[in-house]
Write a protein that binds this ligand. Structure first.
Ligand code: ZN
Length: 346
């Protein structure tokens, strides 16, 4: 078994009479890609790609001004939950301008919100690495504390819905952590995939994946001090998907402050790239274990999200919702080459 066998492509052709060319016969090509590690199926439709438009930030700010925001001061002190004394006697974890507290609408039995600073809205290209670093560190401090209280908590993630197209309900920048005894379904899929790969080949799936993508080069998007960046072969979003891996780090708790700053610098660079192509909303997850787990290096994924004009149509449709397959007009290799230029220029 070779890692390349996990990634398959099928070319399809579609023929129709084109109303924009005197109803002459026209043939278009699309590609069905399967990533058997993640179980993702994506349909790459390059003929649909027309670039992106920025979502209406001014409208968002009008509808959700600072005085109505529970994360802005002074409301934050009255409206956000506090931890019980055994978790944190101060009720919150703090680091620099970042404050972490329990999620009032929890998705899990250990679920928090980390508000990143006092500014109600920060444009994507202005999110700086120091703020991100403090955001990640405060999440990890919470995780360390929870792990100390319950050693069975082994899986965690730091997550971000940035802006409404990505499901963000508040403009104020905030991360969310999820910690549990069991991995989430996607993390479990990756861990089981790596385990099966090891059993069958006695090899490490992640090392083979990184080597395979680096050798091919077409989806290898750049390299930070700790991270390797790739565009996903079969993206999980209509605007593609970026993957970053920290190949030698096997627990979130073993990240040093220097590592976190370096990852934050990469993220800030990637955000500037996404903003440059008008993709200013995303879902982000940084996944890791809270134990040294060789089957799962610390890694993250970013799925940019956008609205389709003129109706502000959602980028999730029946194919994704009801068939579990993603329509993607943005060729993954084009995303990698755009980001590569940014890495080279920095
Ligand atoms: Zn606010």
């Amino acid at each position: 078994m070779n890692i390349g066998e996990f990634f398959t492509k099928q070319n399809l052709k579609f023929t129709f009479l084109d109303p924009f060319n005197h109803f002459e016969k026209k043939e278009t090509a699309l590609e069905v890609r399967k990533d058997l590690i993640t179980g993702t199926v994506s349909r790459i439709l390059p003929f649909r790609f027309r670039g992106y438009e920025r979502p209406p930030i001014e409208d968002y700010l009008k509808k959700s001004p600072p005085d109505k925001c529970p994360f802005c001061l002074p409301q934050r002190d009255q409206l956000t939950p506090r931890f019980t004394e055994e978790i944190n006697p101060e009720g919150q974890f703090k680091r620099g301008e970042v404050v972490l507290f329990p999620n009032a609408f929890p998705h899990s039995h250990h679920n928090t919100v980390a508000v990143m600073g006092n500014a109600h809205f920060i444009p994507l290209e202005e999110i700086n690495p120091w703020l991100l670093k403090d955001g990640i560190i405060v999440c990890l401090e919470y995780m360390k504390k929870m792990k100390k209280m319950d050693s069975a908590l082994n899986y965690a993630s730091i997550n971000w819905n940035y802006l409404p197209p990505a499901g963000g309900g508040l403009l104020h920048p905030h991360l969310q952590t999820v910690v549990g005894e069991e991995p989430t379904r996607f993390m479990e899929t990756l861990i089981l995939g790596a385990r099966t790969f090891r059993e069958r080949t006695r090899r490490d799936m992640w090392s083979d994946y990184v080597a395979w993508e680096k050798e091919r080069g077409e989806r290898f998007a750049g390299e930070g001090k700790k991270t390797l960046w790739f565009s996903a072969f079969a993206p999980r979003g209509m605007a593609g998907e970026l993957i970053f891996i920290l190949p030698d780090t096997f627990s979130l708790l073993s990240l040093t402050e220097e590592d976190i700053l370096s990852v934050s610098e990469d993220l800030s660079l990637v955000f500037r790239y996404l903003s440059r192509i008008n993709l200013i909303s995303f879902n982000l997850a940084l996944y890791g274990t809270l134990l040294e787990e060789a089957l799962f290096p610390v890694q993250g994924r970013i799925v940019p999200r956008y609205l389709i004009r003129p109706l502000d149509t959602s980028d999730v449709n029946y194919f994704e919702k009801l068939h579990g397959e993603v329509i993607c007009p943005f060729i993954p290799e084009d995303m990698a080459s755009g980001l590569k230029d940014f890495f080279h220029a920095s």
